[in-house]
Design a protein around this ligand. Structure first.
Ligand code: TA6
Length: 308
């Protein structure tokens, strides 16, 4: 985006001392948010939250040092928007994994300073000839990002077509952690899951999740909140959700980390994905005019004070 366009964007949607649009790496436009509660960065590329950090806290989201900022490529880290399909395309493996929303150019729709001096930014992305060539449906996607002492992300998908469509997707959140051996994920105990590292075998979660190898699990039929307990940072990340009956937990571990070009060999140590999803056995079917909202709220707190 050239600077006159950036100036226009800032004039229309910038908020003094809170929200400014800048040109980041790869020529991508970023919304830089800073208020008394927290700081965050959102890229128009993919409608993707790249960073979130409450004041006086360590970063909550993880972003790879080797991430791409290139047109047509997904950004490794933050909260990629997987839509209108999660994972591989159901019938055509030639299609991009996790759909096309995460590599699309989104536009700014609204920005607001809220009463408690938190900030809300809304981006939109609608169908085009290019998207209809991949997926023959008319739609409107909105992502609403609220930055406060919590981070709320809402993905609102609306069917603007004259026929129904079915979609899956996820807020594919990458969380920053002190070390993979220092964490436990709670909230999915006794929940059934499909183990993608073990040919999709159906299993049941026993106790809290600790990660000691490549982990790629689709927890089905759960609306539960999750907590990442991080002893190294003495913090817990609480993740609540709405509009989702699927939670995905992922860490690539050593071999897969090495195979990914946009992922550092050792970076599996400091990230874990806990994803708010629509996928596996649960899909969303929208009638013409129908909408669905996938919502995730992230809060951080001190672990030791929660344990006292
Ligand atoms: O959400 C977990 C997962 O589906 C894994 O299977 C893994 O492939 C990951 O997403 C990353 O996918 P990506 O297409 O971004 O490399």
């Amino acid at each position: 985006m050239n600077s006159p366009e950036l100036t226009k964007l800032n004039r229309k949607y910038g908020i003094r001392d809170q929200l400014v649009f800048t040109e980041g790496s790869g020529g991508f436009v970023w919304a830089e948010i800073k208020n008394r509660h927290a700081e965050a960065t959102v890229a128009l590329h993919g409608g993707q939250v790249l960073s979130y950090r409450p004041q006086a806290q360590a970063p909550v989201l993880w972003l790879s040092r080797k991430r791409y900022f290139q047109t047509g490529k997904a950004i490794r880290g933050g909260i990629p928007v997987c839509w209108p399909w999660f994972g591989d395309h159901p019938t055509d493996t030639g299609m991009p994994a996790h759909g096309f929303a995460r590599t699309a150019a989104w536009s700014v729709y609204a920005s607001e300073q809220l009463e408690d001096e938190s900030t809300r930014l809304t981006l939109v992305f609608a169908d085009s000839e290019a998207t209809r060539a991949l997926w023959p449906h008319r739609f409107r996607l909105e992502i609403e990002v609220s930055v406060s002492d919590f981070l709320r992300v809402k993905l609102i998908c609306t069917n603007t077509d004259n026929k129904p469509f079915t979609c899956t997707g996820a807020l594919h959140s990458y969380f920053n952690i002190s070390s993979i051996s220092n964490i436990a994920i709670k909230g999915l105990e006794e929940c059934p899951y499909l183990d993608k590292v073990d040919q999709g075998r159906r299993k049941v979660q026993e106790g809290p999740i600790s990660i000691q190898r490549e982990t790629d699990r689709i927890y089905t039929d759960t609306t539960a909140a999750c907590t990442i307990e991080d002893n190294g940072l003495d913090r817990q990340i609480d993740i609540t959700k709405n509009g989702s009956r699927t939670t995905v937990v992922w860490n690539p571990w050593t071999d897969k980390a090495r195979r990914m070009q946009d992922f550092g060999d050792e970076e599996y140590e400091n990230m874990v994905c806990v994803e708010t999803a629509i996928g596996a056995e649960v899909v969303v079917t929208l009638a013409p005019g129908g909408s669905h909202t996938l919502e995730q709220v992230v809060r951080v707190g001190s672990l030791s004070s929660h344990k006292d």
